[in-house]
Design a protein around this ligand. Structure first.
Ligand code: FES
Length: 102
C-alpha cells in the first residue's frame, strides 16, 4: 500500500463502518462501498501489475475493463469496482506478497 489516497470521501460519512485489512493494515470502509471505493479512500492503488510492477487503480469503473481486480488474502481476485465490501475482507496490493494469482 503506497501513495496518497486516490479518492476523498465526501458523502455517506455517517454510514456504518465496515472493517477490512489492506496489506495487513486495519482499515475502515462504509456500508455500501465497493471494494474500489473502500481501498482507494485509504490507498493510492489497488495492486501492481504482474508484468511491469506498474500501479493500477482501475480504468472504466463500470465492470468492463478488468483493470481493477484486487487480490484477496486467500489468493483469489475480485473486480473491485463491482464488488461490495463485506466486513473482514482482506486484500493484498502486491502480487509478489500474494504468491501470484490462483
Ligand atoms: S475499473 Fe474497469 S472493470 Fe473495474
Amino acid at each position: 500500500m503506497g501513495m496518497q489516497a486516490q479518492f476523498h470521501r465526501r458523502y455517506r460519512l455517517a454510514e456504518e463502518q465496515i472493517p477490512f485489512l489492506l496489506d495487513g493494515v486495519p482499515c475502515t470502509g462504509r456500508r455500501g462501498d465497493t471494494v474500489m471505493v473502500a481501498i482507494l479512500t485509504v490507498a493510492g492503488e489497488l495492486r501492481s501489475t504482474e508484468f511491469t510492477g506498474e500501479k493500477r487503480a482501475g480504468f472504466c469503473l463500470i465492470g468492463a475493463c478488468q483493470d481493477c481486480y484486487v487480490l484477496t488474502a486467500e489468493g483469489s481476485r475480485v473486480r473491485a469496482c463491482t464488488t461490495l465490501l463485506r466486513p473482514g475482507m482482506e486484500f493484498i496490493t502486491s502480487i509478489l506478497e500474494a504468491g501470484g494469482v490462483r
